[in-house]
Design a protein around this ligand. Structure first.
Ligand code: AMP
Ligand code: MG
Length: 402
């Protein structure tokens, strides 16, 4: 059996990052920059007003006070979006709105609150320094300044900055597109009528949602029956629109019923291994198709499938954007109840973590088909390979679930 670390390291070593593409900003959220982005223009690109008020020469209002205001003629107004040249005649003011270009000759803005708001003549009750309420050209960034370094995963603010800096597109590695294929003769569409012996499909539904929760576009492929031909056709078909494939089921030790193992084993690129963990011991990984698309063959039990997704598929999604980083070490908490674990396997028990109290309680129902129990948990309790039982009060590592 391989350790969790060995298996993950082999997966990461086999993944080639997706090539960068020129992405529209609407598609850029979550993409990872492959190049530094520098400012091409000053930001802002022209001197403009930070407030609604009056563009002035500071010298003209230098004596203004509450008791002894200065009264000046108002020579029209300039609003955000106005582009025509405006000159301030000394001894007058121009009404100005936030974001409007500063008239030539004006060196400050008196905010409207310091005035009577006049339109023909304005009474100004205070002085301002030169530069007051003026946003200077390049005050946020100068041409050539580094705005976003290569490797940045684009968040909303980053996308906003790209737009503000005049970029309509950006070169980045997009979020990988995920397709999840469930196999099994027993599977029925969620919500459809069920007869005894069948179950509602839940893994592909869950794992596609988990991929979306991780920020990736994801879809669930229609249920595939347990035949080699059906599976190979599905994989072939799914390759077209996916950067990563996940299958569920068909990888246990049950011989001819384990169609994923039988079918993909013949491709020569997917290897099936036992990983020293519980749940999720039978694992398969490889690459398929012309783009060497990674494919994970996860075990069919829903808890095994989900835990495997968290431990292996999630890091692979990051690696496809060349942005895999070992996640922060697991947290620690005190066990509120006893826990058992098989020898020689690392257990990922389902638990309810009370972060502020530093306590974690194993949920009842730790079998790998018990999705209801998993749904009650918010954390995985990690029990190392050499430990088979733990008592309440012992400190354990915990991984918080998304
Ligand atoms: P398998 O790995 O195909 O042997 O399946 C192991 C267990 O997981 C069996 O009880 C299956 O019925 C169940 N199972 C497999 N695929 C799914 C699925 N997509 N949704 C829910 N349960 C599944
Ligand atoms: Mg099956």
């Amino acid at each position: 059996m391989d350790s969790v670390e060995t298996y993950l390291a082999d997966i990461l070593a086999a993944i080639r990052p997706l090539p960068p593409r020129e992405l529209a900003l609407a598609d850029a959220l979550g993409a990872v920059l492959t190049d530094d982005v520098a400012a091409r223009y000053p930001l802002p690109s022209f001197d403009n007003s930070a407030m609604d008020g009056y563009a002035v020469r500071a010298a003209d209002v230098a004596t203004a006070t509450e008791d002894s205001p200065v009264v000046l003629p108002v020579d029209g107004e300039v609003a955000a979006g106005d582009t025509g040249p405006r000159d301030l005649v000394p001894g007058s003011v121009i009404r100005i709105m936030t974001g409007a270009p500063m008239p030539a000759g004006a060196d400050a803005v008196v905010q409207v609150e310091l005035t009577d708001g006049g339109t023909e003549r304005v009474t100004i009750h205070g002085s301002v320094e030169a530069g007051h309420a003026v946003r200077l050209t390049g005050g946020d960034a100068q041409p050539g300044d580094l705005l976003l370094p290569a490797g940045t995963r684009l968040r909303a603010v980053h996308v906003g900055l790209l737009a503000a800096a005049g970029h309509g597109t950006v070169r980045a590695r997009p979020r990988p597109r995920v397709t999840v294929i469930s196999t099994g003769n027993e599977l029925v569409e969620p919500g459809a009528e069920l007869i005894r012996g069948r179950i509602w499909e839940s893994n592909a539904t869950m794992l596609a949602a988990a991929a979306r929760e991780a920020g990736c576009p994801a879809r669930r492929y229609p249920i595939v029956r347990d035949t080699t031909d059906a599976l190979l056709a599905a994989v072939q078909d799914a390759l077209a629109g996916a950067d990563l494939l996940v299958t569920s089921g068909g990888v246990s030790m049950g011989g001819e019923h384990d169609v994923v193992k039988a079918a993909l084993g013949t491709l020569g690129t997917v290897t099936f291994r036992k990983v020293a963990m519980q749940p999720g011991m039978p694992q398969g990984f490889g690459t398929v198709g012309p783009a060497a698309t990674p494919i994970f063959t996860l075990p069919g039990n829903p808890v095994s499938a989900y835990v495997s997704f968290c431990l292996f598929v999630r890091p692979a999604l990051d690696a496809l954007q060349d942005s895999y980083e070992e996640r922060a070490k697991p947290g620690q908490a005190v066990l509120a109840g006893p826990a058992r674990s098989p020898a020689e396997r690392r257990s990922f028990l389902r638990g309810v973590l009370d972060g502020p109290a530093g306590l974690v309680t194993p949920v009842s129902g730790q079998a790998s088909h018990q999705l209801a129990s998993l749904a009650r948990a918010n954390a995985l309790i990690i029990v190392p390979e050499h430990i088979t039982s733990l008592d309440a009060g012992e400190t354990v590592d915990v991984l918080e679930l998304p």
